[in-house]
Write a new protein. Sequence first.
Length: 180
Amino acid sequence: MKEYLNLFFSFFKIGLFTFGGGYAMLPMLEREVVDTHGWTSRVEMMDFYALSQCVPGVIMVNTATFIGYKRKGIAGAAVSTVGVVMPSILVITIIAAVLTNFMDNKYVAHALTGIRVVVCALIIDTVLKLFKAGVKDKIGVAIFVVVAAAVIFLSASPIIVVVAASVLGIVLVKAGLVKV
């Protein structure tokens, strides 16, 4: 029971004290899951995080589900998922009840402007960590450049890019050009 409570409250804390979505939550997720509890390694956490971006749903909810499942199976997945979404449900309900009265307040508008800037910085931090964890050699750099160009300049579908990169990764490992 203690492990379930640890999962719930750890993910509740992540959901409550991080803003800006899944990318902005990564630094706190890493501290909580890897550094504090040792539930997974950094590499495995980044794998869960990357996989969470490739399946339908919210990145952080998917990541919490994967980590909870790794720790305690289906029940752990459920507890972690409820833990990470509960703060959002509570906060959104409270904000929805009172925000309409304050949307025109200049201080609220200024606060939201500041929050957007902080979220951008958190996302940049996350992108750099993902880059360091995922791009480890010249082949990784080449794949990164091609995929970035395809997405940015050709508006390539993320689904097609992920599937193509997955197939390419399998081929490169099987050919012995990349080591896992």
